[in-house]
Design a protein around this ligand. Sequence first.
Ligand SMILES: [Zn+2]
Length: 94
Amino acid sequence: MLPHLNDLVPVEVLGDEGELVIEAGAAAVSARCPGCATASMRVHSRYRGRLADMAVADRASVLRLVVRRFFCDFSGCAARTFAKHSRVCGVGQG
Ligand SMILES: [Zn+2]
């Protein structure tokens, strides 16, 4: 149904009277710092971004992406934290 979201796993589906809300997070439990390539599994925080409005089975729906921010543990790196962005093509800009 959503081939561009292959690296995401749904974490929550919330229904209310008018709208279906799907929340998804990246499947990977670790990420590499874009500055120094050190792998990190320590999650700093999470935030939600609205990815797309779409219709699923003729119901108005909202797809939200849960983005994780990780600590970089390499002391020589200028980036103390970094966000793990999933590769999502064709929808949204963040
Ligand atoms: Zn780093």
